[in-house]
Design a protein around this ligand. Structure first.
Ligand code: ATP
Ligand code: MG
Length: 558
């Protein structure tokens, strides 16, 4: 995932270019921009671009603009604008007063298009989209000139004005640059500058009936905002000659330089707004912030801290060659961050009842538990312990194999922060299923150690059956089991087991009063956070990530 362009952590070819441009005096300050199109929610790939653009501005004392590339009202919505702002802020960045929209420049862009017409460098083409596509040529064949290419300046200005005024239906005419239909670079074969689109725009309403193309809007917006380094992904390298052609042929106030870096690709993940939109629209997931989604909203809802994204992006670096990052690296960054910061709690996901026969009936006692084993500043809490408890069903086996050290008939284990208990009797229902364990405890082992020095081989977690709080726990796994899902047939590749809902879980009472959305570690289980579906009467938790890399094991075994 790295190449020679990554010099060391926090250093890469783009940072080198910026540093050199500042050192040589070419620029007195760095100005970057993050230019999302508001046609969907941001995903993990966008985070890479955000950390790079906003990060550069921070590191070099410059500024980064948030610019909405709102040139296609057919697909853009205010909901997406709001979501994008929320997500960029969540990652820790603030654009201050530097919030812009390509639509702010529609009037200027229109005037510049007229300038191109006047200098004979643009024309109105009456061909259909299909005809334009057919006559564009291929990588090996040149394109053919449009029969409308040599219209007079006057006719072009007139038609262009009437396109703007809404005289013509969608798709009947376009404005094209007049460059070179034989160019080796297909982007230079008279690219489309404007298309007719009678649509309501979230910001300009019905004011416009024509909208500029990405290529025509992007570089000129950069120039208007005095962007110094316009950073985009590698697919745009072939657009760079066009980016420069516009800036060279228009009276723009500055001439930014475009630089390309490798987009982020992650195994088992599709980072494409088109696919993510379909997943939501077709109901494959519950919403844009479904915790299985690689959207920033989904990751946040799953409990992934922004700091883990920062850590991940820093580790993968900024390279010039495309590659695919193993999703295990992302999970690793999440685990590492949460291991440092997350408070510990106890929760029993699949409960099995335990009755401690020699524990007095009546009121429970409180036992002390640390909130973080390595960070005493996070303090301690009191957990109620009593005669009736729940332990994890998986922590008991009636007939254990050799390597199973947890609870079994006749065996003694430690209950975390509590006592040693010994299993005396197994109670089954009519189907032979174990429904309860009768145990005894050793009162001398309070706090979890035996005064006589005897040892137990396992420590298991537990929750009081009378004071524990019922909860639903949602366990997520990969949305796509294939390491390289195919974006063209993604629906067929969705993992039918990507969501498992446990409705009978029990959590320690401290979790009921806690409204903190930050992820916690459920001891021995993984990291979990409270979901926004929680209500006063019903707690819901999402598994952020397990404690260990279980999927990699499954993948290699499978
Ligand atoms: P998608 O490919 O998901 O549809 P997009 O490129 O169309 O995304 P934009 O809103 O245009 O989405 O992207 C805004 C910025 O984020 C662009 O500068 C783009 O280069 C960058 N970006 C998008 N996807 C990635 C990615 N996977 N890795 C790095 N940067 C990305
Ligand atoms: Mg794009």
């Amino acid at each position: 995932m790295t190449d020679e362009s990554v010099l060391d952590e926090g250093r890469d070819f783009i940072r080198d270019i910026v540093a050199a441009d500042l050192a040589s005096g070419k620029h007195s300050g760095v100005v970057t921009r993050f230019p999302p199109e508001p046609n969907g929610y941001l995903h993990l790939g966008h985070a890479k671009s955000i950390f790079l653009n906003f990060g550069l501005a921070q590191e070099f004392g410059g500024r980064c603009h948030l610019r909405f590339d709102d040139t296609n009202p057919a697909k853009e919505e205010q909901e997406y604008i709001d979501a994008i702002e929320r997500d960029v802020r969540w990652l820790g960045f603030d654009w201050g007063t530097n919030l812009f929209y390509a639509s702010d420049y529609f009037e200027q862009l229109y005037a510049w298009a007229q300038d191109l017409i006047r200098s004979g460098k643009a024309y109105v083409d009456d061909q259909s989209q299909a005809e334009i596509r057919l006559t564009r040529g291929t990588l090996t064949e040149p394109g053919q000139n449009s029969p409308f290419r040599d219209r007079s300046v006057e006719e072009n200005l007139d038609l262009f004005a009437r396109m703007r005024a809404g005289e013509f239906p969608n798709g009947t005419r376009v404005l094209r640059a007049k460059i070179d239909m034989t160019s080796g670079n297909i982007n230079m074969r008279d690219p489309v500058l404007y298309r007719i689109l009678h649509a309501h725009h979230p910001r300009t309403g019905r004011e416009w009936n024509i909208y500029p193309s990405y290529d025509f809007a992007h570089g000129q917006s950069d120039a208007i905002e005095n962007i110094t380094h316009s950073i985009c992904t590698l697919e745009f390298a072939d657009h760079r000659p066009l980016y420069d052609w516009f800036l060279d042929n228009l009276p723009v106030p500055s001439h930014p330089r475009q630089y390309e870096f490798a987009r982020l690709n992650v195994t088992h993940t599709l980072l494409s707004k088109r696919v993510l939109t379909q997943l939501v629209r077709d109901g494959h997931v519950s919403a844009w912030d479904d915790p299985r989604m690689p959207t920033l909203a989904g990751l946040r809802r799953r409990g992934v801290p922004a700091e883990a994204l920062r850590e991940f992006v820093k580790r993968i670096g900024v390279a010039k060659a495309n590659s695919t990052v193993d999703i295990g690296m992302f999970d690793f960054a999440i685990r590492e961050t949460l291991n440092r910061t997350a408070q510990r709690r106890m929760a029993v996901l699949k409960p099995l009842k335990v009755v401690i026969e020699n524990y007095p009936e009546g009121p429970s006692e409180l036992l002390e538990a640390v909130n973080h084993p390595d960070d005493p500043s996070l303090g301690v809490r009191q957990i109620p312990f009593g005669r009736e408890l729940y332990i994890e069903r998986d922590d008991f086996m009636e007939d254990p194999p050799k390597k199973f050290f947890r609870l079994a008939p006749g065996r003694e284990v430690r209950l975390r922060y509590a006592y040693f208990i010994t299993c005396k009797e197994v109670i089954k229902d009519a189907n032979g299923e174990v429904v309860e364990l009768r145990c005894t405890y050793d009162p001398a082992t309070r706090g979890g150690n035996a005064p006589d020095g005897r040892k137990v081989k396992a420590t298991i977690h537990w929750v009081s059956a009378t004071e524990g709080v019922p909860a639903e726990v949602r366990l997520y796994s990969l949305l796509f089991s294939a390491p390289q899902p195919d974006a063209a047939n993604f629906a067929e590749q969705i993992n039918p087991e990507s969501l498992e809902v446990l409705t009978g879980s029990v959590v320690e009472p401290a979790l009921a009063g806690d409204n903190d959305p930050a992820a916690m570690q459920f001891e021995r289980q993984g990291y979990f956070c409270r979901d926004r579906d929680s209500t006063p009467g019903k707690l819901v938790f999402n598994r952020t990530v397990g404690l260990r890399d279980t999927w990699a094991k499954v993948a290699s075994e499978g």
